[in-house]
Ligand binder design. Sequence first.
Ligand SMILES: C[S@@+](CC[C@H](N)C(=O)[O-])C[C@H]1O[C@@H](n2cnc3c(N)ncnc32)[C@H](O)[C@@H]1O
Length: 193
Amino acid sequence: MGCGEGRLSRTLRGSGHDVLGVDGSPTLVAAARAAEPAIPVVLADAAALPLGDGVADLAVAFMVLHDVDDLDGVVAEVARVLVPGGRLCAAVVHPLNSAGGFTSRDADSPYVVEGSYFARRRYADAMARDGLEMTFHSCHRPLEDYTGALERSGFVVEALREPVAPPETVRDASNSRWQRMPLFVHLRARLDR
Ligand SMILES: C[S@@+](CC[C@H](N)C(=O)[O-])C[C@H]1O[C@@H](n2cnc3c(N)ncnc32)[C@H](O)[C@@H]1O
């Protein structure tokens, strides 16, 4: 779900999975189709999948659910296309991360949430790496929005992780503040039917 240009789909295929990628961006779908090894990719809104019921045993949404407009609709569609007992693995930006920010780049900088953690809002993150500039448009939602959507579609959460950046990935001292705050939530949920 939200496979983008397909990097994770290719990794999953390399691990022996039979993969179908789905993404709503024509540009990224074209890039995924052009990459090697080729994987089948469909251009679709994850809230309206062109797939039959119960056709998959695993759905993976890596850094996607905080970007979708219709969270409940997407999770309901995932439930529909999964077999009974099928699983959804998802990684999202940690809601505490999208709720606030550090006041400086210092390692011990205070982290401030202005307004309400519970208030849903859209936000945009502009980033540049290796000469490429990208703006990610996302939605801040409290954690309960994710677990609530899973609950309403019949999932039970089997595992939840808050991964911390390992020390070797912290390139300089000014990034070490990110070892004090969660960046991501990783979830594994099982369809309870
Ligand atoms: C942050 S990117 C992650 C891409 C990929 N999973 C990865 O890790 O490289 C989020 C992806 O979700 C897709 N997306 C957002 N909303 C979607 C929707 N409603 N239906 C399908 N894809 C969607 C975007 O086009 C984008 O490719």
